[in-house]
Write a protein that binds this ligand. Structure first.
Ligand SMILES: O=C(CO)[C@@H](O)[C@H](O)COP(=O)(O)O
Ligand SMILES: [Fe+2]
Length: 225
């Protein structure tokens, strides 16, 4: 791994009535500071849950200087994703299962000034999307079925992470391997060992008494592998 492990707390497990304060809880100094804030956008169609959309993301962008990592679990990301990039999201991740033209989408996200992320559900093989991946900056490997926080990590996805790590390293791709779902003190080391660069953690951070300390502890565990 060429850089330190990145920790991206998911505000899905935060108090939605106090999102600005909740982000500030992981925006301190040093090791307690998150690298990115992960924002789960769900439309009750691509996934059976509804969360928040572009108006809330625009407000969050004003409330923090941390980079927003927007995970779009929505139908028709070809149409909607660009708005998040134009608003100033750092990274906009779309699901390969939902995108009609993911290569064009990545180009459009880049033109709008954002990084582009490609996400795969646990049952989606990576092998079918290798050419597409070359156009992206992050690969978000889902380690739970998308839709809800607080689910258990699916260990079978570690094989996919190892494959991704190998492809990125041997192909010299500039792609950050990110994992999302069930990451906590019990699972982060396996994920780090398999080659993950960036760890999304919702309940493990916002369910902790001190979210900033949880960020520091997860980062230390990831770095120890
Ligand atoms: O995208 C999703 C769920 O669909 C995630 O970002 C979850 O929000 C992660 O929550 P934990 O599994 O860490 O509690
Ligand atoms: Fe997510």
């Amino acid at each position: 791994m060429s850089h330190r492990s990145l920790i991206a707390p998911s505000i899905l497990s935060a108090d939605f009535a106090r999102l600005g304060e909740e982000i500030n809880a992981v925006a301190g100094e040093g090791e307690t500071r998150a690298d990115w804030v992960h924002v789960d956008v769900m439309d009750a169609h691509f996934v059976p849950n509804l969360t928040l959309g572009l108006p809330v993301v625009k407000s969050l962008l004003k409330a923090t200087d941390l980079p927003l990592d927007c995970h779009l679990m929505i139908e028709d990301p070809d149409h909607w994703a660009i708005g998040y990039a134009e608003a100033g999201a750092y990274n906009v991740t779309v699901h390969v299962e939902a995108a009609s033209d993911p290569v064009m989408l990545a180009k459009n996200l880049h033109a709008a000034g954002a990084k582009a992320g490609l996400s795969v559900k646990p049952g989606t093989p990576l092998e079918d999307h290798l050419e597409t991946l070359k156009h992206y900056d992050t690969l978000l490997v889902m380690s739970v079925e998308p839709g809800f926080g607080g689910q258990s990590f699916i260990p079978d996805v570690l094989d996919k992470v190892r494959t991704a790590r190998r492809l990125v390293d041997t192909g010299h791709l500039n792609v950050i391997v990110e994992i999302d779902g069930g990451i906590n003190a019990d699972t982060i080391e396996q994920a780090a060992e398999a080659g993950v660069d960036c760890f999304v953690a919702g309940s493990a951070v916002y369910g902790a008494e001190d979210p900033g300390k949880a960020v520091a502890a997860l980062r230390a565990q990831a770095a120890a592998r």
